[in-house]
Design a protein around this ligand. Structure first.
Ligand SMILES: *Cc1c(COP(=O)(O)O)cnc(C)c1O
Length: 397
């Protein structure tokens, strides 16, 4: 059984803050500062370059890849860690396209995160030869699968609406149409159970700074199914993906398996943050997190709908059809969110009109949900958002 009182104790959260933005940047685990500091002192300070061997820095990406693999139903040795999610999507997509050379379409949905779509568009342009990105409404993906689709590239949980695709069904449909499936787990990893092997997924990628709480800019990861791993074109032929990086061979030879998707020198300080964050997850059953997230989301939704008729639900009503977030729409959504933040309820705003609230049961419980509902109700009922200072947009929203 997951002890959610214990998990809450593992995080630093500022006094007076109700944090409903862990879907964007998870909070600081209490163990992280010391773990990251250890890399600086004594490791870096005393060992200098010897740290790569003596302190195990060089092995860290593989070790962390195995820890992540165990959390997402991936085979050990088939997750590579590093870089950012955008880069890992680029590599996975390019590798998948190369495995279906006679097809030209990358199929995605209009709700996908812009970076994934930008990456696909840029890659298609660079490949030329008729490659193109096709986006359809999230509900229409299955119908668009056809014999021109090389890769179906989807984010399981929509970043704005929280709408969740059926990973198993769509992957099977993609395969039936002769396409490969690439899944982005940005809003899945740490939010709900993921079973890549069970869903027969070909490629997947995700980040660790959202629900996993590894820290701002923490490393991403990529999964390649074992059946493709030794065939995958590495695209970004960095030395860390070479079979023998320290042979300094002028000829590129990809490493065996997914480790060929490593590119350059690992970001050791950030990897240490990921290592510390994953320790919390050793004591967590993700199925219990999911059950609690659904219960808390239902409580939040019922409370807001009862108190705030002017907010329109922007997420699916069925909790099974959502990830771990609830969105509402309001024309002055930005100002509403700023008013909430000024009162200690931190969610975020996504253009054009979405108020987004992430529900992370590791550190959010009934009391926080009820308090957030009460504060939102007051902000809406009294129009407290209608002030010039809440309408001035910051650089990061
Ligand atoms: C958060 C997110 C990203 C961010 O990519 P980075 O390279 O880590 O900045 C990409 N795709 C999706 C679907 C996301 O939710």
């Amino acid at each position: 059984m997951t002890d959610f009182n214990w998990t809450r104790q593992q995080f630093h959260l500022p006094d007076g803050v109700i944090y409903l933005d862990g879907n964007s940047l998870g909070p600081l685990p209490k163990a992280t500062p010391a773990r990251v500091a250890r890399v600086m002192q004594p490791e870096w300070q005393e060992l200098l370059i010897g740290g790569w061997n003596t302190a195990g820095w060089h092995r860290l990406p593989e070790a962390l890849g195995d820890r992540i693999a165990a959390m997402i139903g991936a085979e050990p040795g088939h997750v590579a860690v590093g870089d950012t999610l955008s880069i890992k999507v680029y590599q996975a997509l390019a590798a998948a396209l190369a495995l279906r050379p006679e097809r030209r379409v990358i199929l995605s949905d209009t709700g996908n995160f812009p970076s994934d779509l930008y990456i696909a568009e840029g890659l298609a342009r660079m490949l030329g030869r008729g490659y193109r990105l096709v986006t359809v409404a999230p509900e229409a993906v299955a119908d668009r699968l056809g014999d021109d689709v090389a890769v179906m590239m989807l984010t399981e949980v929509d970043y704005r609406t929280g709408r969740r695709h059926d990973m198993a069904a769509l992957t099977a449909q993609a395969h039936a149409a002769g396409a490969l499936a690439l899944w982005d787990l940005a809003h899945s990893f740490g939010a709900l159970p993921v079973d890549l092997t069970g869903c027969d997924v070909d490629f997947a990628a995700g980040c660790t700074y959202k629900y996993i709480n590894a820290g701002p800019g923490a490393p991403a990861f990529v999964y390649v199914a074992p059946r493709h791993a030794d065939l995958a074109d590495t695209v970004l032929q960095g030395w860390q993906g070479h079979e023998a990086p320290f042979a300094f061979d002028p000829a590129y030879r990809p490493a065996a398996g997914v480790q060929r998707l490593r590119v350059g020198t690992p970001a050791v300080l950030q990897l240490a943050g990921l290592d510390a964050a994953l320790d919390v997850w050793e004591n967590v059953d993700i199925a219990e997190v999911r059950a609690r997230s659904m219960a808390l989301s239902e409580r939040f939704l019922a409370g807001v709908e009862a108190a705030c008729p002017m907010l329109e639900l922007g997420s699916p009503r069925d909790p099974e059809a959502r990830g771990s977030q609830i969105s509402f729409r309001h024309a002055e959504g930005y100002a509403v969110m700023q008013a909430l933040i000024s009162r200690g309820v931190i969610g975020d705003f996504r253009a054009p009109d979405v108020l987004r609230f992430g529900i992370a049961p590791l550190y959010i419980g009934e009391a926080e949900i009820d308090a957030a509902v009460a504060i939102l109700a007051e902000v809406m009922a009294e129009g407290l958002w209608d002030r010039p200072e809440f309408k001035a947009r910051a650089e990061v929203t």
